[in-house]
Write a protein that binds this ligand. Structure first.
Ligand code: SF4
Length: 177
């Protein structure tokens, strides 16, 4: 087991308990960084910085930051929720480590999508079939992970096959946090 135990620390907001502002840190005595390339391979949109040994990703709607001796997460409504999340995160780390022989590790450093780069590859007809008022709005939402390429039916047309392929590659290598 890579992560046998950790010391939880819950960080409460100074006064405003009405928002999701509780954070939690799990202080780890060992080094969990060997699992980072495996998590980077299986978690879509993860942001990996191999030089600094930092892995960030969104999981179960919470922003997670892993460092060799620390796992941190934010966006909880209370301390219990935060502590339970840390336990599930420990499970994720250990499960991934256990099945590492079945995962191709990845040190890919994904980049954030740029709306104008996405826009250039869209059909740019502003047909609204995706439910967005313009193609640029769709592009902006895609960069935030709020829509997927499948939501644009026009991209399925044969004349946009090459653009669709380029967009799929961009999305596969993008950070969504
Ligand atoms: S469906 Fe595609 S082409 Fe039509 S507005 Fe949306 S993004 Fe643009």
């Amino acid at each position: 087991m890579l992560l046998a135990s950790y010391e939880p620390e819950v960080i409460l907001p100074p006064c405003d308990f009405t928002r999701e502002t509780v954070s939690a840190i799990g202080h780890i005595a060992g080094d969990i960084s060997p699992v980072f390339p495996y998590l980077n391979a299986i978690i879509p949109g993860a942001e990996y910085q191999p030089a600094g040994q930092v892995l960030r990703f969104k999981w179960e709607g919470h922003l997670v930051t892993l460092r060799p001796n620390e796992m941190a997460a934010a966006g909880f409504t209370d301390a219990n929720e935060a502590v339970e999340f840390l336990a599930r995160l420990q499970q994720l780390i250990n499960d991934t480590w256990e099945r590492r022989h079945t995962i191709q590790p990845s040190t890919v450093q994904r980049k954030r999508l740029v709306a104008t780069d996405v826009y250039r590859l869209l059909p740019r007809t502003n047909c609204k079939a995706c439910g967005q008022p313009t193609c640029f709005t769709f592009a902006a939402k895609l960069t935030l992970g709020e829509v997927t390429l499948d939501a644009c039916p026009a991209l399925a047309e044969p004349q946009y096959a090459e653009q669709r392929m380029k967009l799929q590659e961009m999305v596969a290598n993008a950070v969504f946090i």
